[in-house]
Structures are given as structure tokens and as C-alpha cells.
Design a protein around this ligand. Sequence first.
Ligand code: MN3
Length: 265
Amino acid sequence: MKKHIYIAAILTTAFALQSCDNKNNKAADTNGSVDSVTVVDSANLTPEPIGSPTDVKADPGVYQIKPLKYGYDELASYIDATTMETHYGKHYLGYINNLNKALKEANISESNIEKLLKNDQAIADKAIRNNAGGLYNHMLYFDIMSPTPNQLDDKSDLLKKINESFGSIDELKAKLKEAATKQFGSGWAWLIVKEDGTLAVTSTANQDNPLMSVVEEKGTPILGIDVWEHAYYLKYKNLRADYVDAFFNVLDWKEVDNNYKKAKK
Ligand code: MN3
């Protein structure tokens, strides 16, 4: 028995030494010139953004694209540049061009997006419903994000209202995260101001919007989280909740506060 343990110990030591030797060889190879292993920097795997947001222009029509206030790569710690470029320069732009086309076909010239969303006759047209929602929702989404986000002022009416309605900012965030993760398939999670002035957390499917009469809970959106996979899949894959946490890190509460002030008027 003792002999077996002794042999096992020798074999284990020999294996450990061999393994150590392999590691040393690998280290030597990395420093050497012929068989050196190229260390791949994962950052280099992300393609460079093709262009600049200022190059993105909608086709002639009633609506034009709203300029992005930051570069595609400026939110990169939380939302990668490729996602931002595709989202702003392809998806958002697509909604605008398709809306202009649909309006032209329907012979509608309403140039106020809020009024268009509230116009039941216009929204009965599926192309107008999807693309007018797409335009408004993305305009809001890109506007409330920032590489240098502000928190709410302690004395702001919005913070008081949030504390009254949800208990705290953190409890509001938990509610928004729940709405965002529970939304089945593509859609949006919202913080809205209802007609009676109260705040509510809601969600809508596809590109529907709380200003439309077709949604369950109506109101004016002041914060919107895009939960379509195109908003997060490259970096977060199926982990929508992680993307929502990341979104809160680039959410500029000063913009949400501005939206709140406008919604109250
Ligand atoms: Mn989107």
C-alpha cells in the first residue's frame, strides 16, 4: 500500500514538473520570434464605426433626423459603437424615411410628431403607426442618453414626484427593469406622465407609444428604454436585464426632467 502511494507521489510530481515546463516553454515562445503566439486584443475584434452621426441624413420629406449629441463610441463602456451606429444610422433613419414615404402615400402632411401619434385616423395606417412610433421613440431614447449623465437635483419636482410615487429612484429603476424584461418580444419600457399628472411605468409592443390611443395605459413618455434586440444583442446577447442596468449608467436624468417639465405644461 505504502509503495503505491509512493509511486503515485512520484508520478504526480513528474506531471507537475512537465506541466510547469510546458508553461515555461510557452512563455519563451511568446518572447521568441518564430513560434510566438499572437495575443489578440478583443477590442480589435469590434469593427471601427464606418461613419459619423453627422453624415446620416434622411431622404427629403416631412421629418428629418435629430442630430445625435455624442459620438457612436462615447457610450462604449455600456453600449458599443457598432450597436450605436447601426441603431442611429440604420434603424432610426429607416423609420424616418419609411414614415415620410407612408405619409406621402396617405397624403398626410402633419409635421408635428405628437399630433400625428394622437391622430387615430393616421395611426390606423400600419406603416404610419410603426414608423411614426419608431421615429418618436428613438428620438426620445437617443436624447436621454449621455456620456456625461446628470443625476436629478435634490430639489427637483420630478425627484419629489418619483419618491412619492415609487419610494425612491432605485425602486423606480427596479420597476422599469421589470417592465423591460417582462415585455415579450420587441418593444419599449416607459416612464409616463398620465393625464391626471401622476407617473406610471408601462411597456408597449413593437413601436407603439403611450401617446397613441391604441395602447392600454396612455400618457406622455418622459423616459423610454428600447428593448428590441437591435439595441443590445451585440454586447449583451440574450441578457436584456444586463443591458437595462447598463442603460441606467448612461441615462441623463436632466433630460428626463426637461421632458417632465414639458409634459406638465
Ligand atoms: Mn431601436
